[in-house]
Ligand binder design. Structure first.
Ligand code: SAH
Ligand code: SF4
Ligand code: F3S
Length: 445
């Protein structure tokens, strides 16, 4: 039997499209390889968000293409954001490549593999203004699943390549989302994470796509909070998460749901990017420092145990020491549980790539280290404060470090390591008293 492996870089959008491609390959009669080395077909799902992400994927693809010299029948393909961005050019760089499939058309992967096995290459790209295909197939067996509800992005933050590789924003019809979640619940899935770049925009209409997809009763997109309620009403679903947030979407409705809907996890990923108004304006983020902190304050007041995580970019063009210090103080004021900190990387075709990348790399690295250091201290203190509390944990399975113990997650998305009671299954919920905290882990001994 022909076997395949998919190596995924980038965000959850890519993880989700890799899963949809894997499901289609399994349906076409292929089997998941035990490891990448053994696979007859290897697919790299790529990310373009920073230059380094593309370099890594290109390096990986170069090595894989080289293995074809000693394994002539092997198929090597690429999908995702870098495939969308570089398209045809990838075949010039990598002459041995069998196929390149862009974003929003994971259904093209299985036919491309079939063609490659017969020696024919494929290039498939969906236009950025074309109505996308949402990934819908899932590989059976898990207790937790991603569901893509909003594709593309219209925000055009000055630094960001995502709109150029994932196209126009489009809300999937609610009926499709709900049917997918119902089917997952029927297969035993207990937790769903809804995905979208600027997910709280879910439900805004895309007039250009309405002709293909006219609204039907109860069918088209619902406003985001209504969709959350509809997902919460599906029997079998115990937990709902979503990502990524934007302060403009922190409406009274959403705050109320965080407070009142027990299935909605008490965690919000709310990327801030910078704490300086001057930088936020140049980034075109659409909020100020004060506006962001006001959204956080409303959330904290209604939901004191909400965990908050964020993304930050250091070294954006023109970022001064004072701008950087403003980011530091904002992070302290917002009391983030966790933060992903990135060094600015100019991306071809974006607005900020036309400006001088004037913060030297060593300075970006210094600012990165300082924010990471601050965050370690803050995260450890916030975890320490959970010692002595009881947390409801969704059991995931044996812990990686010590197989006799299990790990699971709190509603706030923190990892808890504990001794499993007899008969515990992945996806079960249990209440655990937290006895000890490390910077990235809680323990219930
Ligand atoms: N849609 C999400 C972000 C998706 S990209 C949002 O707006 O919240 C994930 C993260 O990568 C961003 O939050 C940002 O912090 C980072 N990022 C995006 N473009 C970048 C660039 N050119 N250089 C460095 N980091 C970048
Ligand atoms: Fe990129 Fe901004 Fe869209 Fe996020 S909201 S994907 S940062 S353009
Ligand atoms: Fe990367 Fe594409 Fe996601 S650029 S961050 S994989 S949307």
């Amino acid at each position: 039997m022909t076997t395949f492996a998919i190596h995924t870089y980038g965000c959850q959008m890519n993880v989700r499209e890799s899963e949809a491609a894997a499901k289609a390959l399994i349906d076409a009669g292929l089997a998941q390889a035990p490891d990448e080395e053994a696979a007859d077909v290897v697919i790299v799902n790529t990310c373009s968000v920073r230059g380094k992400a593309e370099d890594k994927a290109l390096g990986k693809l170069g090595l894989l293409c080289a293995t074809k010299r000693t394994r002539p029948g092997r198929v090597v393909g690429v999908m995702g954001c870098m495939a969308q961005r570089l398209g045809e050019g990838l075949f010039k760089r990598l002459p041995a490549l069998d196929f390149a499939i862009g974003t929003r058309c994971a259904e093209r992967v299985a036919p491309a593999v079939e063609a490659a096995l017969q020696g024919r290459p494929t290039l498939a790209l969906r236009g950025l203004h074309e109505r996308p295909d949402a990934p819908s197939g899932h590989v059976a067996g898990g207790f937790s699943a991603f569901v893509t509800i909003l594709l593309g992005c219209n925000r055009r933050c000055a630094y960001c390549i995502v709109p150029d590789v994932r196209g126009d924003e489009w809300s999937r019809p609610a009926r499709d989302v709900l049917a997918e979640v119902r089917a997952l619940a029927a297969q035993g899935v207990r937790e769903v994470t809804l995905l979208g770049q600027s997910i709280m925009n879910y439900g805004l209409r895309t007039p250009a796509f309405d002709a293909d997809d006219p609204p039907s009763p109860g069918g088209y997109a619902l406003p985001f909070p209504r969709l959350l309620e509809a997902v919460a009403a599906i029997p079998g679903i115990a937990r709902i998460r979503f990502t990524s947030g934007h302060p403009a979407g922190v409406t009274d409705e959403l705050v109320r749901l965080f407070r009142e809907e027990p299935k909605l996890c008490r965690h919000l990923h709310l990327p801030v990017q910078s704490g300086s108004d001057a930088v936020l304006a140049r980034m075109r983020r659409g909020y100020t420092r004060e506006g962001y902190l006001a959204a956080v304050a409303r959330l904290r007041e209604a939901v004191p145990d909400l965990a908050l995580t964020t993304d930050v970019i250091v070294g954006f063009p023109g970022e001064t020491e004072a701008d950087f210090q403003a980011t530091r103080t904002l992070m302290e004021a917002a009391r983030f549980d966790n933060a992903f900190i990135f060094k600015y990387s100019p991306r071809p075709g974006t607005l900020s790539a036309t400006w001088e990348d004037d913060v030297p790399d060593a300075e970006k690295a210094r600012r990165n280290q300082i924010l990471l250091g601050d965050q370690d201290v803050r995260g450890a203190a916030l975890n320490q404060a959970l010692v002595g509390t009881t947390q409801r944990v969704l059991a995931e399975g044996p812990s990686l470090r010590n197989k006799a113990r299990w790990s699971g997650r709190t509603s706030g998305n923190k990892i808890v390591v504990f001794a499993p009671p007899p008969g515990l299954r992945p996806g079960d919920l249990l209440d655990l008293a937290i006895t000890r905290a490390a910077p990235q882990t809680l323990y219930a001994d």
